[in-house]
Design a protein around this ligand. Structure first.
Ligand code: GLA
Length: 385
């Protein structure tokens, strides 16, 4: 497949920096099929990498300066490797700079300077992990240029470390794992405790189905309070229940949890416990019966996030309800919540009906026009030029 964006980003690099890059690396965004807010509870997730990617053209320098620029901010941000910290960087450049910092940390401070230019067609703020796509594209580039040969799971951890320590968002390991490990037509079934991953065939095309992304255009940011407060409630629930992480509880523990926890913390815990079972059930259904069997699990996940975890918004609920009413076989909000996108598993013959119905309902409720498009499961991070 000729990669137009790869060639484009290489050309832009040359214009901005006045020399050719040594290569172009790319990494995909991701959509989570099911398993929300389970990753930092050491549970299970089932995301897949999507056919929207971030490209990083990179070359080594002879000094220790790091320069980053992108199509969204061409003026390079420049500082030396030892100057990168949560205090010195901000905005979009915190993602690539955070990764350079985290790779240097992992490799014991080793590393020469780099020129980096980034472009992306992963929509920002839609819950499709545009940030993990930047992190993983830069991580594989730096790994190769610094000749480190780190394992994929280490590169995923480096992306997460950058996000936690430099960007300041207390996110889990799901997004970077999906972006690193994605495969064509497969989801990544990840055990977030052991980081053991299995590829699970999705089979959407054979079943005549597509995953529609309904980006509500309600912007979410995980550095804001909602995500962190959910995470804190989960940690509190695990502490009171005397387990290392909520992963260690199952449905039988919920009666005791209801007695020991206040109502709100209990509902947060119940979401995580039931969501872990839904991920396992979804993997089982995909393997035994194919994707037509997972619709109810997707909707049950949405209800749990709406009612127990309380991270949905009206726009997401409307998108899900309208998609189901007009022919989707399953739908749920996806990602961290408080905005972003819903997914709708939709028969090909119903795509235009679902799209039109969701748009019409959003218009009649005075919501912003949603951005609706199909995605497919694509390969993970790698060198492309
Ligand atoms: C965001 C985070 C992930 C995960 C999801 C919720 O996408 O980056 O680590 O916690 O939210 O499932």
């Amino acid at each position: 497949m000729t990669d137009q964006l790869a060639a484009q980003v290489s050309n832009r690099f040359a214009v901005v920096y006045g020399h050719e890059p040594e290569g172009v690396w790319s990494a995909p965004g991701r959509v989570n099929l099911i398993g929300e807010h389970t990753d930092y509870n050491e549970g299970f997730v089932l995301p897949f990498a999507i056919n929207r990617r971030t490209y990083a053209a990179v070359s080594k320098r002879t000094d220790d300066r790091i320069r980053v620029s992108s199509t969204f901010a061409e003026l390079p941000v420049e500082l030396s490797l030892s100057e990168i910290s949560a205090e010195t960087v901000s905005g979009w450049s915190a993602y690539p700079l955070g990764v350079v910092w985290a790779v240097a940390e992992k490799s014991g401070g080793f590393g020469v300077g780099l020129d980096i230019f980034i472009d992306s067609d992963v929509p920002v703020g839609a819950g499709l992990s545009s940030s993990a796509a930047i992190e993983c594209a830069v991580a594989v580039a730096v790994d190769e240029l610094w000749a480190l040969a780190l394992a994929e799971r280490d590169l995923a951890r480096i992306g997460q470390r950058a996000e936690n320590a430099i960007v300041g968002a207390p996110t889990g390991i799901m997004d970077q794992s999906a972006s690193m490990l994605g495969e064509l037509d497969h989801a990544v079934f990840l055990d977030c405790r052991t980081l053991e991953a299995q590829s699970v065939e999705l089979g959407f095309a054979e079943a005549g189905l597509e995953i529609l992304i309904i980006d509500t255009r309600v912007e979410h940011r995980h550095a804001d309070g909602g995500y962190a407060s959910r995470r804190a409630a989960c940690e509190e629930g695990a502490r009171v229940m005397g387990v290392a992480a909520l992963r260690d509880l199952n449905a039988n523990d919920l009666t005791l949890a209801a007695e020991r926890l206040d109502d709100q913390t209990f509902r947060r815990v119940r979401h995580v416990v039931t969501e872990n079972s839904r991920v396992l059930a979804t993997v089982d259904a995909l393997r035994k019966s194919g994707p037509t069997a997972i619709g109810e699990l997707l909707y049950a996940s949405h209800e749990s996030m709406r009612d127990d975890f309380e991270i949905s918004v009206d726009e997401l609920d409307t998108a899900v309800e309208m998609a189901l009413r007009h022919g989707a076989i399953g739908a749920r909000m996806t990602g961290g919540g408080f905005g972003g996108a819903a997914i709708a598993l939709t028969p090909l013959a119903k795509i235009s009906e679902v799209t039109l119905a969701v748009k019409a309902e959003f218009a009649s409720l005075g919501y912003a026009e949603p951005n609706i498009f199909a995605v497919s499961a694509a390969p993970g991070a790698r060198r492309v030029l």
